[in-house]
Design a protein around this ligand. Structure first.
Ligand code: ADP
Length: 275
């Protein structure tokens, strides 16, 4: 197979460039760690629960590093072909169309595979040669191997809370990434974030965070996952629109996270006590 070295900016990827600084409040030294990983061509795994800021962080880093960001939401039906590319019939002719991963490699973008464990293991194997010293993507159907330019980076996200035997990351995949732990931001920062994102006063945002933290304590008592920062922001937005605060909390927090009536009742009690 011929090895082609991808030229950065070979493709028009302007649509993936983030031109305005995304609002992101660093929680620890994740910005420094990610920057160091990027400089050293190391793939990164962002580990943490849903809705705690991983995607926002990726947007912020792509903006800061001035690279296009190509995000791929992983799911069971995602195939290696979806990632790499396929031939498409266009009128009388057949044309090759790069998949998002190939596009990211060729253009020196940051490729973010969200919820990587959702993808089948045979699909994920295509990222392996991109995550070691080779940094290549073989395109079997074209008989070419594309080498990633130094600007290209691969990152994935993974929620350890959903771990199961069927949906776990194989060690052979895991050990190709450095991992950064993410969690819900500490109360004071989460208050600022909720206030900023929902355009709500800090006092009410603080109450939402207090409710969120109390609900998170149920995690080991029947709740699969704590309430996310995202849901606290949703509650804030409903309140700002004039929905009665307790009801907004029930709609955005109690109901989405569980179908268990007993747990919902307990969460309602927390809401009533704090809001
Ligand atoms: P994840 O990708 O972890 O599921 P998101 O990045 O979509 O979660 O986070 C949900 C929302 O929470 C974001 O849209 C953003 O509004 C807010 N958020 C969470 N953490 C932060 C943070 N550190 N700085 C700014 N916004 C944050």
């Amino acid at each position: 197979m011929a090895i082609k070295c991808a030229l950065s900016e070979e493709l028009p990827v302007d649509e993936y460039l983030i031109t305005e600084e995304p609002y992101y409040v660093p929680v620890g030294n994740e910005v420094e760690i990610f920057t160091a990983a990027y400089k050293n061509l190391l793939p990164v795994n962002l580990k943490g629960p849903t809705g705690c800021g991983k995607t926002r962080f990726m947007e912020y880093m792509a903006w800061k590093l001035q690279r296009p960001l190509i995000t791929i939401a992983c799911h069971e039906d995602l195939t290696a072909t979806d990632l790499v590319g396929r031939f498409l019939i266009k009128g009388e002719s057949v044309e090759w169309s790069d998949g998002p991963l190939t596009k990211a490699v060729k253009s020196g973008a940051i490729c973010y595979l969200d919820e990587v464990v959702e993808a089948r293991k045979d699909t994920i194997v295509v990222i392996h040669p991109l995550t070691d010293d080779r940094r290549i993507i073989p395109i079997d159907k074209l008989g070419v191997i594309v080498k990633a330019p130094k600007e290209f980076m691969l990152s994935v996200s993974y929620n350890p809370g959903y771990q199961s035997i069927i949906k776990d990351m194989k060690q052979s995949t895991r050990q190709r990434f450095v991992a950064i732990d993410f969690d819900y931001p500490p109360a004071e920062l989460e208050k600022q974030i909720v206030a900023h994102e929902s355009q709500l006063d800090e006092k009410t945002a603080g109450l939402l965070v207090e409710i969120g933290q109390s609900i998170r304590n149920f995690k080991h008592h029947g709740l699969e996952e704590g309430v996310s920062t995202r849901l606290l922001i949703y509650a804030g937005k409903l309140i700002r629109e004039g929905i009665e605060p307790k009801e907004a909390c029930r709609i955005a927090m109690a109901k989405p996270i569980t179908d268990n009536p007993d747990l919902q009742k307990s969460i309602d009690e927390i809401i009533a006590a704090i809001m």
